[in-house]
Design a protein around this ligand. Structure first.
Ligand SMILES: Nc1nc2c(c(=O)[nH]1)N[C@H]1C(S)=C(S)[C@@H](COP(=O)(O)OP(=O)(O)OC[C@H]3O[C@@H](n4cnc5c(=O)[nH]c(N)nc54)[C@H](O)[C@@H]3O)O[C@H]1N2
Ligand SMILES: Nc1nc2c(c(=O)[nH]1)N[C@H]1C(S)=C(S)[C@@H](COP(=O)(O)OP(=O)(O)OC[C@H]3O[C@@H](n4cnc5c(=O)[nH]c(N)nc54)[C@H](O)[C@@H]3O)O[C@H]1N2
Ligand SMILES: [Mo]
Length: 767
């Protein structure tokens, strides 16, 4: 295929042969067609390994098809199992400054890391180091800090429950609750927004509910790319006649039509299934207003039913028996005028009334949401308004109905369940103290944005990462990179080389680990780890492939040995004992968290087990003992509503990337090939600026702090999206996201709505 940048509108259904060809192509390109195809059989099955791709649950073993993977799962596997290697010779050949000048894409394409490495400032190279010397070096710096709170312990959500549990023990015995976590970039508005509403920070559905729902609302989520296995459940729901209502500024292909690559009849006949029955292109940042519009239409319909002596639309018994705050919600809704709702949401009153009608006609409704809802200044309120909508008709805690936040990383939910929490409840700390006998720090620690603030202020000195690519995932890339380079220490447990390893501290270590699909042996015995999916199912994952290099160690082993070096022989934790057999770690998790009772026995049941979810049982662990309508008065003022020069920029993923990892620089379903420095905008907004398709523009944030944030020479592409908005790819657009632009409740950066101005690039200003 030509490598020239091009745009070719994609008009076929999503999935289908295109997905199958892409699977084949990626396995072949990484040189692992045979090995990779064989391993795909083990993916997401009992006895096999959990797909490192997304947090969507696996079907129960009795219902599973012979293959339980998707195109993007196959890409994630090909990426892990690649035959390419980043060896000590590679580092001897390239200085770190030279590596820093390469693209993120190039860095990750070099293959799997093979040896622990330490940065040599004298030569500007990474040199090989023994594991023990690496641990001693890191320990020396950590123990020399003025306070343990000068260290930040980051987690990315691919870690297992076992390694995350050990990691939080290490940090807490060391003396800090500084746990910036990838979920702070992601679903933290869900984790913070749900507990005051329903008493638990997790979704309330199981996969089986998708078989019973008659309406499914999908807010700000692109499952065809980011959780393709969800498409199987949506497709089946659609074929049963369930109605699917989408709120998304962009028309995402897979939400329109889909061919299931695992269905031989659809593949042979090219018969696709329509997905969305209703598609609403809400304005970027307009969801709160849209949700208020839906609620307003429902309350109006209920008023009309009462007046006409008809059965009520609201579930009055549920509202009375199970909820609190309904009168306040009603009062605010009645006081909020349609004009404001329409202007803010970018949708008409008729559209919102039609969507409300679908909701009211549904006897069991599911609401799903993703980053389009959470990554906003009012992300937490967005989530709470989805709950408000669902409470109106008792759509939580009964079959076929409920809340489905679709998590990103495959174990981001589990990591937090086992203690990665910068604001730990006292009960958790008490239990850790009781079980392990060391004094735990009680002061709250840093989440991502507070860790970033501390780095910028110079009060953070050391950064340890269990996975991820913190520099590239963070907002304000330019400012943050400079702050990270001033740190005393950066150390990364990682599988592949990335930007965060070359934008490093004065002392820097790369600690390469075994990946999900590889065999993890301790004392000659193969170990399995456990993960928790988006629907609270906990199950085992066991890799079978020989590790990419004999020098790799498992994450759990690395954390345990680092802990021993940092905490010394007097540590209260039997690190070597815990890590010699992961059953020991699970026994310890069970002692600290009673919900894991019988952990080791229960993960040996195929399919694993479900962690109890109180809201699913209609037990509301809130201060009032009831589910609560949480009201945000009025509308969030769009401060630039009357300034046509300002557009709201959203940042999103392409079909060929996994967060900061790019599998290729094309985006098949959006028809964008071999380029990523593009700006999507509507025809109307282009005309307003006298821009033509393909023109080059500079994108400048409307900054509040006087700092210039600009990306130059982006190519304009016309896109069917609402006025007042534009879109670009993450992470390229991250230099435009100000660190201060965050949801004050959850701290999540507002990467889905940044006010920007667009100007034509001056000639020759190419990048
Ligand atoms: N293949 C693949 N799978 C992945 C990932 C990946 O990068 N690649 N990432 C993983 C991770 S960590 C996560 S968190 C998930 C992310 O999965 P998603 O939640 O699907 O994330 P995004 O693609 O960032 O954005 C989702 C959608 O939000 C829409 N959107 C943008 N702004 C708004 C808005 O203001 N309102 C509304 N209603 N919609 C808006 C965009 O058009 C897009 O369709 O996927 C996980 N799975
Ligand atoms: N503008 C903007 N910014 C965003 C987002 C957005 O939508 N827009 N999305 C945000 C979201 S939702 C998230 S979750 C973050 C993602 O932030 P991160 O989780 O920090 O980033 P990833 O790109 O997933 O991390 C990729 C790296 O993880 C390492 N890795 C992969 N597998 C393993 C493993 O098994 N073990 C270990 N130890 N390492 C491994 C590899 O070295 C790889 O280079 O980005 C956030 N940033
Ligand atoms: Mo995420």
């Amino acid at each position: 295929m030509s490598k020239k940048p091009s745009i070719k509108p994609y008009t076929s259904p999503a999935g289908g042969w295109g997905a199958s060809f892409a699977t084949f192509e990626h396995l072949q390109e990484q040189g692992i067609l045979f090995k990779g195809s064989k391993e795909l059989w083990h993916m997401n099955k009992p006895g096999g390994f959990d797909c490192p791709g997304c947090g969507w649950p696996d079907p129960s073993p009795s219902k599973a098809e012979p293959l339980v993977f998707c195109e993007n799962g196959a890409k994630a596997l090909a990426w892990e199992l690649t035959d390419r290697r980043v060896t000590p010779e590679f580092f001897a050949e390239h200085t770190v400054s030279w590596l820093r000048d390469q693209s993120d894409y190039w860095l990750e394409q070099q293959g799997r890391l093979t040896h622990p490495m330490v940065y040599n400032a004298g030569t500007d190279h990474y040199d090989p180091v023994t594991w023990q010397d690496a641990f001693d070096g890191i320990a020396g710096i950590l123990n020399g800090l003025a306070s343990p709170n000068e260290a930040e312990f980051y987690t990315s959500g691919r870690s297992s429950n076992e390694s995350a549990f050990l990691y939080q023990l290490l940090a807490r015995e060391f003396g800090t609750n500084n746990f910036p976590d990838c979920s702070n970039f992601c679903h933290e508005p869900t984790s913070q927004g749900l507990p005051p509403s329903i008493g638990i920070g997790k979704g309330t559905c199981l996969l089986e509910d998708f078989e019973k729902a008659d309406a499914i609302f999908i807010f700000g989520q692109n499952p065809g790319t980011n959780s393709p296995r969800m498409m199987t459940d949506l497709r089946e729901a659609s074929r049963r006649g369930a109605r699917i209502v989408v709120f998304n500024p962009l028309r995402e292909r897979a939400l329109e039509r889909f061919i299931a690559p695992q269905n031989p009849i659809e593949m042979a006949t090219l018969a696709s299934t329509p997905i969305a029955t209703h598609y609403y292109q809400v304005r970027v940042g307009g969801d709160l207003a849209a949700l208020k519009g839906l609620i307003k239409a429902i309350i109006a319909a209920d008023d009309a039913a009462v007046a006409a002596d008809q059965p009520q639309v609201l579930d009055v018994d549920f509202i009375k028996g199970h909820t609190h705050g309904f009168d306040e919600l009603c009062e605010d809704t009645r006081a909020t005028p349609w004009e404001g709702i329409v202007a803010e949401s970018g949708l008409t009153r008729e559209q919102l009334e039609a969507a409300a009608q679908v909701y009211m006609e549904g006897s069991a409704v599911i609401a799903c949401w993703g980053m389009g809802i959470t990554q906003h200044i009012h992300g937490t309120q967005n989530v709470q308004y989805i709950v408000n909508l669902m409470l109106l008709r008792g759509n939580i805690g009964r079959p076929g109905a409920g809340l489905v936040p679709v998590r990103g990383h495959s174990n981001v939910q589990g990591d937090r369940t086992v203690g990665i929490n910068e604001r730990p409840p006292a009960a958790l700390l008490d239990r850790i103290e009781a079980v392990f006998g060391f004094k735990v720090p009680r002061a709250h620690g840093h989440d991502v944005v507070h860790a970033l603030d501390a780095m910028v202020a110079g009060t953070a000195k050391a950064f340890i990462a269990l996975g991820g690519n913190f520099v590239a995932a963070s907002p304000d890339t330019v400012q943050i990179s400079a702050a990270i380079r001033r740190l005393e220490l950066t150390a990364h447990v990682a599988t592949k080389l990335n930007r965060s390893h070359v934008v490093h501290g004065r002392h820097a270590y790369i600690l390469p680990c075994i990946s999900r699909s590889e065999e993890d042996c301790q004392n000659g015995v193969a170990q399995s780890v456990t993960v928790e999916d988006s629907m609270c199912m906990v199950h085992a994952s066991q890799g079978h492939v020989a590790p990419a290099s004999p020098h790799l160690r498992s994450e759990a082993w690395i954390v345990a040995h680092l802990a021993r070096a940092v905490l010394g022989p007097d540590s209260k934790v039997a690190w070597e004992h815990l890590v010699e057999d992961y059953d020991h770690i699970r026994d310890a998790i069970e002692k600290v968290f009673p919900i894991f009772q019988g952990y080791n026995a229960r993960i040996r049941i195929p399919g694993g087990f479900n962690l109890n979810n109180s809201a699913r049982e209609r037990i509301w662990n809130t201060p009032t003992g009831k589910a609560t309508f949480i009201v945000q008065k009025g509308l969030k003022e769009n401060e630039f509503q009357h300034d046509r020069n300002v557009l709201w920029l959203t940042t999103m993923r392409s079909h060929d990337q996994y967060n900061t990892t790019l599998y290729s620089i094309s985006d098949r379903y959006r028809g964008v090939y071999n380029q990523r420095d593009v700006l999507f905008m509507s025809d109307t907004e282009m005309k307003r600026r006298e821009l033509e398709f393909g023109d080059r523009v500079d994108i400048r944030t409307v900054s509040r702090d006087g700092v210039e944030r600009v990306l130059r020479h982006f190519k304009v592409i016309v896109w069917l999206m609402p006025e007042g908005c534009c879109g670009a790819y993450y992470p390229e657009a991250n230099p435009l996201v100000p660190l201060y632009a965050r949801d004050p409740v959850s701290g999540t950066p507002s990467s889905k709505a940044i006010p920007v101005m667009i100007t034509r690039s001056t000639a020759g200003a190419g990048r």
